[in-house]
Design a protein around this ligand. Structure first.
Ligand code: CFN
Ligand code: HCA
Length: 541
C-alpha cells in the first residue's frame, strides 16, 4: 500500500508485538507516532537509555565518542589509545574525517594509529609502565605539541591511573599531556564519550593561548568533523563571506585552534549533540554566546549565514552574505530542479547518530523527498523534542554543575562583542536568535520517530514502507541492500562527499538521484528468497 494508507500506530504495535512484555513496554516509549501541536509541542520520547541486552543495536561506545568522534579529527595531536590493539585499529581512519596534509611546520598524525597494544600480562600486572613507555616513544619519534590518552574498557577494569601518568609525563616532557577516562562501557552509548571529551578539552586546552587569527567577524564552528571534506566546503563559503574561522571542534583542526578558541566572538554549533557542553561552558566562562547553525542543505546553509550576519549587526557583512548566497544558489537551483523532477514524492528513512537523522531531512526535502521515518542512535530528548527539555551538563567527573563553573576573572581580555545584557536580550528574542528546535517539530504528523532502532525493527520498517532509500551506517548497509533497497551511509558517506554547504548539496542531489532511480538492488535476490529450504535451514541453526 501507499505510505498514506498505512496506519503508523498499527505499525508500532506490530514492531513491538514480538518482544517480551517488559521489552515491549520500553521500546514502546522509544517508538513514537509524531504529532506536532499548534504550539509546536511534540510527544515525549524515551531516549538515552540503556539498550536491552540481546537486541541488535546500531550504537557504539564511549571510547568511540571521545577518541573517534571529538578528538580524532585534530591532526597534530598524538591520540594514544591505551588498550588492546583492536580499539585503536578499528577507530583508525574509518570515520573518513579529513584534514589538510602535513607541512614542514605542521604535523599530521592522523594517518598513524597509536596504541599501547595491551597484552594479557599487562591486564594481570597493570599497564601503567607500558603507557609511560608509549608516551615517551611517541614523544621521541614525533615531538608533538600534545599527547592525549584514551582509556578502553579493560583499563578501567584493572584500574590503571592514566591521569597521574599523564600529569607526570606532562611535567617530565614539558608538553601538554592529558587523559580521558572514556572506557567503552561508560554511559549507554558514544554520547557519554562526547561529554567526557568536551570536559577534557575544556579543562586542559581551551583558553591556553590568547593569540588568535585576526578578523572583523571571528567565529568558532562547533560540532563539524570534516567527514568527506564537509568542513573544507564550509570554510570556502565562510572565507568568501569574509568571516574568520578561529577554531573548529574538530574537523580539520589543530591543537592551537582549541587553545585559542576563547578569542572568538561567537560560537556556531552545528552538531549540538556532540559538543553542546563546550558551547555552554564557553558561554559561561568567557561570555561567548552560541547559536545553532546547520550547513547541511543549501537552504539551511543560507539561513545559517544570515544568522551569523544578524549576530554581528553589520551592514557590510549582511550585504556580502546575501551576495554570496545569490551567487551559490544559481547552480544549486539548477540541479535541484533537474533532480526534483525525478525524485519528488519518494520516501526516505534516516537512522543515524545524534544529529544527521535530522539535518539530512532538509537535503531530501530540497529534492522533494519525504522522510517517512527517522531516529537517532544515541541522541537525548532535547535533540528530539527541542530546547524545552533542559540539557544536563556536568563540567567534570565530580559532577559540578555548569553554574559552579568559574567565570573568567578578566573578561576584558576576551573582548566579547556583546554585553551579558545584550546576549540575554538576544536569547529572549527566542527562536530567531537561537532557534534550537528538535527533530520532531520539523517532521510530518504520522511519521514514525524511532530511538535506537533495532535490526529487527529496521527490517520490518523496510518491508512495510518499502522506502526509496534507507540511510544508516556500515553495520546496516548490507542487510538493507539484500532487501533490495538502496542504502546510503550517512556516517562515512560511503566514498562520497562533501555534502555540506552549496557545492555539497549539489553533490548530494546527484548522488541520491542516481541511487533512487536505479533498479539495481531490486534485481538482487538473497539466497533464502529464491530457496525457501535455505531459509528453513538458517532458521534452525
Ligand atoms: S560526524 Fe557526527 S554529526 S558528531 Fe556524532 S552526532 Fe557520530 S560519528 Mo557517525 S556520523 Fe553521526 Fe552525528 Fe554529531 Fe558522525 S550523526 S554517528 S557521534 N556523528
Ligand atoms: C562511531 C563512528 C561512526 C560509525 C559509523 C557506522 C562513524 O560511532 O563510532 O556505523 O557506519 O560515523 O564513523 O558513527
Amino acid at each position: 500500500p501507499a505510505a498514506e494508507a498505512i496506519d503508523p500506530a498499527a505499525v508500532k504495535q506490530e514492531l513491538i508485538a514480538k518482544y517480551p512484555t517488559k521489552v515491549a513496554r520500553k521500546r514502546g516509549k522509544q517508538i513514537i507516532v509524531n504529532r506536532v501541536g499548534e504550539d509546536c509541542s511534540v510527544p515525549e520520547i524515551g531516549a538515552n537509555t540503556r539498550t536491552i541486552p540481546g537486541i541488535i543495536t546500531q550504537r557504539g561506545c564511549s571510547y568511540a565518542g571521545c577518541k573517534g568522534v571529538v578528538l580524532g579529527p585534530t591532526r597534530d595531536l598524538v591520540n594514544l589509545t591505551h588498550g588492546p590493539i583492536g580499539c585503536g585499529f578499528y577507530s583508525w581512519l574509518t570515520r573518513r574525517n579529513q584534514t589538510r596534509p602535513a607541512t614542514p611546520e605542521e604535523a599530521n598524525f592522523m594517518p598513524y594509529c597509536f596504541s599501547t597494544d595491551l597484552q594479557d600480562e599487562d591486564i594481570v600486572f597493570g599497564g601503567e609502565k607500558k603507557l609511560r613507555a608509549a608516551i615517551l616513544e611517541a614523544y621521541d619519534i614525533f615531538h608533538p605539541k600534545a599527547i592525549s590518552i584514551f582509556a578502553t574498557c579493560p583499563v578501567g577494569l584493572i584500574g590503571d591511573d592514566i591521569h597521574t601518568v599523564a600529569k607526570e609525563m606532562k611535567e617530565r616532557l614539558g608538553i601538554n599531556v592529558f587523559a580521558f577516562s572514556c572506557e567503552g562501557y561508560k554511559g549507554v552509548s558514544q554520547s557519554a564519550g562526547h561529554h567526557i571529551a568536551n570536559n577534557g578539552i575544556f579543562k586542559h586546552v581551551v583558553g591556553l593561548d590568547d593569540t588568535s587569527r585576526e578578523g572583523k567577524y571571528r567565529i568558532n564552528l562547533l560540532g563539524e568533523y570534516n567527514i568527506g571534506g564537509d568542513a573544507f566546503e564550509i570554510e570556502r563559503v565562510l572565507e568568501k563571506c569574509g568571516i574568520t574561522l578561529v577554531a573548529t571542534f574538530s574537523g580539520n583542526s589543530t591543537y592551537e585552534q582549541f587553545a585559542s578558541s576563547h578569542m572568538a566572538d561567537l560560537n556556531t554549533v552545528m552538531c549540538h549533540r556532540s559538543i553542546n557542553y563546550v558551547a555552554e561552558m564557553m558561554e559561561r566562562k568567557f561570555g561567548i554566546p552560541w547559536i545553532k547553525t546547520n550547513f547541511i542543505g543549501a537552504g539551511s546553509a543560507a539561513k545559517s549565514l544570515r544568522k551569523i550576519a544578524k549576530y554581528f549587526e553589520d551592514r557590510e557583512l549582511s550585504d556580502r552574505v546575501e551576495e554570496i548566497i545569490a551567487e551559490e544558489m544559481v547552480e544549486v537551483e539548477k540541479v535541484q530542479a533537474e533532480v526534483r523532477a525525478r525524485c519528488e514524492g519518494k520516501l526516505a528513512m534516516l537512522f543515524v547518530g545524534g544529529s544527521r537523522a535530522h539535518h539530512y531531512q532538509d537535503l531530501f526535502a530540497e529534492i522533494g523527498m519525504r522522510t517517512i521515518s527517522a531516529g537517532y542512535e544515541f541522541a537525548h530528548r532535547d535533540d528530539y523534542e527541542g530546547r524545552r527539555v533542559l540539557p544536563d551538563i556536568k563540567v567534570d567527573a565530580d559532577s559540578r554543575s555548569i553554574e559552579e563553573l568559574e567565570v573568567h576573572p578578566d573578561p576584558d581580555r576576551y573582548r566579547p562583542r556583546k554585553t551579558a545584557e545584550q546576549i540575554a536580550e538576544l536569547k529572549r528574542d527566542g527562536l530567531s536568535f537561537n532557534d534550537y528546535e528538535g527533530m520532531m517539530v520539523r517532521m510530518a504528523d504520522g511519521t514514525l520517530v524511532i530511538d535506537d532502532i533495532s535490526q529487527y525493527e529496521t527490517e520490518r520498517m523496510i518491508e512495510t514502507y518499502k522506502p526509496a532509500i534507507f540511510c544508516a551506517g556500515i553495520k546496516e548497509k548490507y542487510a538493507v541492500q539484500k532487501k533490495g533497497i538502496p542504502m546510503k551511509q550517512l556516517h562515512s558517506y560511503d566514498s562520497g562527499g562533501p555534502y555540506a554547504g552549496f557545492k555539497g548539496a549539489v553533490n548530494f542531489y546527484r548522488e541520491i538521484d542516481r541511487m533512487v532511480n536505479s533498479r539495481i538492488w531490486s534485481y538482487l535476490k538473497a539466497p533464502w528468497q529464491t530457496n525457501p529450504e535455505l531459509a528453513a535451514t538458517y532458521a534452525c541453526e
